[in-house]
Design a protein around this ligand. Structure first.
Ligand SMILES: [Zn+2]
Length: 335
């Protein structure tokens, strides 16, 4: 091998070396007592006198270069070993951030609609007494809604609220009418999970108490709400219903936004979807609170159900499974 090729080979091997042992074996192979370059240096005297000075000069130059490169490489490897492992060329990791749950987003949207109509937001405890959850709401002790199986009872007799209506009573106890309030929050019932039931749900209830309030005010308020949530062309219908705390009571149904009333799987071929329960506040409730001269209406809706209708979700359990793929569809921040 000529000296030039040997020089290139050795330099390449030194560059590729990644450990002190490797470097040391390269040094022995070329510069050791029996090393290839050492052998060449020893045999300089055997080459023709004409070429000797050039060959001797080149061989010595290579010897110095190799020694220098080996020294540098050893220092580099030692330095790398003492540094913590770090690859500065990798892109940084974005911090993981939380987003709002779709039910929180929709609940906020609904609250904003009613705030625009002059309602205030009021919240209350999720653990309630029988008085606030039933008695004060015209649901006497023998009423079927008070069945032990309808909610979760604590050992001390308190219960997990089945609706946010107790907040209305608590508010009326502290503030005299006229008033307009919305109470959003988590409620409970003894249901096992299936596509349309869950043991917990988010409710929003409203109450408007004043003088000379009529069913027309109720219908107008809910119709405007439906148009803001489902689009300005949505059609609403009201049907008679029954709730112990309202008289008369009504249900608002909206025309199915998916089939425009023709009937589809979302609306179960009915062409319309039940959306809000409502009615004029039962006079017994207002009388018992000392507000007999007032009247008004109340309404309640399940945010989970509204979300299922608005976003065409066929299984309520999706709201509780915390699958990121599902949740990210609703998150504006696109985390
Ligand atoms: Zn439909």
């Amino acid at each position: 091998m000529d000296l030039e090729s040997l020089g290139e080979e050795v330099k390449l091997n030194i560059r590729k070396a990644s450990s002190i042992d490797e470097i040391e074996s390269i040094r022995i192979k070329y510069l050791g007592k029996k090393g290839e370059l050492t052998k060449i240096l020893h045999s300089i005297g055997d080459i023709p006198a004409k070429e000797r000075p050039r060959a001797g000069k080149l061989a010595n130059k290579l010897k110095n270069e190799f020694s220098e490169l080996i020294k540098e490489k050893k220092e580099e490897i030692t330095k790398q070993k003492s540094l913590p492992w770090m690859d500065l060329s990798l892109p940084g990791r974005k911090p993981t951030m939380g987003g709002l749950h779709p039910l929180s987003i929709l609940s906020q949207e609904i609250q904003d609609i009613f705030i625009q109509m002059g309602f205030s937001i009021v919240t209350g405890p999720e653990i309630e007494t029988e008085y606030y959850n039933f008695t004060a709401l015209n649901t006497p002790e023998d009423h079927p809604a008070r069945d032990m199986h309808d909610t979760f009872y604590l050992k001390d007799g308190r219960l997990l609220r089945t609706h946010t209506s107790p907040v209305q009573i608590r508010t009326l106890e502290k503030h005299s009418p006229p008033l307009r309030i919305i109470s959003p929050g988590r409620c409970y019932r003894v249901d096992t999970f299936d596509p349309i039931h869950s043991p917990t749900f988010t409710q929003i209830e409203g109450l408007w108490i004043d003088k000379d309030i009529s069913m027309a005010d109720l219908f107008g308020t809910l119709d405007l709400f439906a148009k803001k949530i489902f689009g300005k062309d949505v059609k609403t219908e009201f049907f008679p219903s029954y709730f112990p705390f309202t008289e008369p009571s009504a249900e608002m149904w909206i025309e199915c936004p998916f089939c425009k009333g023709k009937g589809c799987s979302v609306c179960k071929k009915r062409g319309k979807i039940e959306t809000v329960g409502a009615g004029m506040v039962h006079p017994n409730i207002l009388k018992s609170l000392g507000y007999g001269e007032f009247n008004g209406f109340a309404f309640g809706m399940g945010v989970d159900r509204i979300a299922m209708t608005k976003y065409d979700i066929d299984d309520i359990r999706l709201f509780f499974q915390n699958e990121l793929q599902f949740l990210r569809q609703f998150d504006d921040s696109k985390l």
